[in-house]
Design a protein around this ligand. Structure first.
Ligand SMILES: *Cc1c(COP(=O)(O)O)cnc(C)c1O
Length: 350
């Protein structure tokens, strides 16, 4: 098969990390009961409880869209609303699934300068209307790290959750790249979730190095009532559940979840440092996790494309580079080298 040179267009271009693969293989022995009634699923759920230091309810879904949508649906009635950032994945990239699975709970979007929700933005949206004609605010969702690679600090999450408690709102965290946030903050997973007031977390496995799968963790166990039926109805109950669950055992018990994230973050940081030294090229957002958004004159981005680099520009026109668990340091060096060449050529022409 022809080898496709490594790209940084998406962390989903990467394959499966060895720890997830080995755990999948280990689970591929003989017969076990179906639909999650098996030792692998129990052990994966326990690995989450150990990692987070709390007896949470754990569920497994195939992807992030389903995990987010079903989690939010569990927090709301159809006449409720969910506060999110205008750049949140639930708003921009889930094809209306949160509204669909909640039977109509409306997303209320806040536009903030950097795409992060703030206590004030939450308060403004939550208190703007309280009449019978407007969907009643019931939940808040934050993405950690955000779609543009920003990390909420522990204090920022606590400040948001405090407003949530005051106003009777539940707090959901879209953690498609949750591990990268833990690595960036060098904190325990508990510090930025239940200890900071988060009720439900969707912990991304796919972008962290698994083939497929996200875990939904209810720290507030009451909110998980009947959640298994919700998953089944949505087509998210894996019949051979052990293969959705086992990779998590490999990820969590070996520490690969964090090592993978640290490596990805370090690669992003290398690119950010290189960009800082180039004329006419800038990072569009502070680089805090595994994403780097590069703003540059069009000929520079075109020059990168001509040199074979793939990247998306769907967020504000900046070129997005997203590093995965297996980012090859030599390819990062090559990208930096090519960026330097095209940026310097452009600077000479000006
Ligand atoms: C990737 C991603 C998801 C999940 O997307 P799926 O393609 O449905 O797995 C959710 N939230 C954010 C912020 C993401 O980047």
């Amino acid at each position: 098969m022809q080898q496709f040179p490594q790209q940084f267009a998406s962390d989903n271009y990467a394959g499966i990390c060895p720890q997830a693969w080995a755990a999948m293989e280990a689970a591929n022995q003989g017969h076990v009961p179906a639909y999650g009634d098996d030792v692998w699923t129990d052990r994966a759920a326990d690995a989450f409880r150990t990692l987070f230091g709390i007896d949470c309810e754990v569920f497994f879904a195939f992807n992030g869209t389903a995990a987010n949508s079903l989690a939010l649906a569990a927090l709301c009635q159809s006449y409720h609303s969910v506060i999110c950032s205008s750049s949140a994945h639930v708003e921009t990239d889930e094809c209306g699934a949160p509204e669909f699975f909640s039977n109509g709970s409306k997303l209320l979007v806040a536009s903030t300068p950097d795409g992060k929700l703030t206590p004030n933005a939450v308060r403004t949206l939550a208190t703007g209307r309280s009449d019978i004609h407007f969907p009643k605010p019931r939940a808040v969702t934050i993405t950690q790290p955000t779609e543009t690679g920003l990390v909420y600090s522990i204090a920022e999450i606590k400040a948001i959750s405090q407003v949530c408690r005051e106003l009777g709102l539940r707090l959901h965290m879209d953690g498609a790249r949750f591990a990268n946030a833990c690595a960036a903050l060098d904190c325990s997973p508990a510090d930025i979730t239940w200890k900071a007031g988060v009720d439900v977390l969707c912990f991304g496995g796919t972008k962290n190095g698994m083939a497929v799968g996200e875990a939904i963790l209810f720290f507030n166990r009451d909110l998980a009532l009947d959640f298994e039926w919700r998953c089944k109805q949505a087509g998210q109950l894996a019949s051979k559940m052990r293969f959705l669950a086992a990779p998590w055992i490999g990820m969590l018990e070996s520490g690969a979840w964090l090592d993978n994230a640290r490596h990805a973050n370090e690669c992003a940081s290398r690119l950010a440092t290189a960009v800082a030294g180039l004329e006419g090229v800038k990072t569009a957002y502070p680089v805090q996790a595994n994403a780097v958004f590069v703003t540059a004159p069009a000929p520079v981005l075109e020059g990168l494309r001509q040199r074979g680099w793939r990247f998306y520009t769907f967020i504000g026109g900046a070129a997005r580079f997203m590093f995965a668990w297996d980012a090859d340091p030599a390819r990062v060096t090559a990208l930096i080298g090519d960026l330097r060449v095209v940026a310097e050529r452009e600077a000479c022409l000006l």
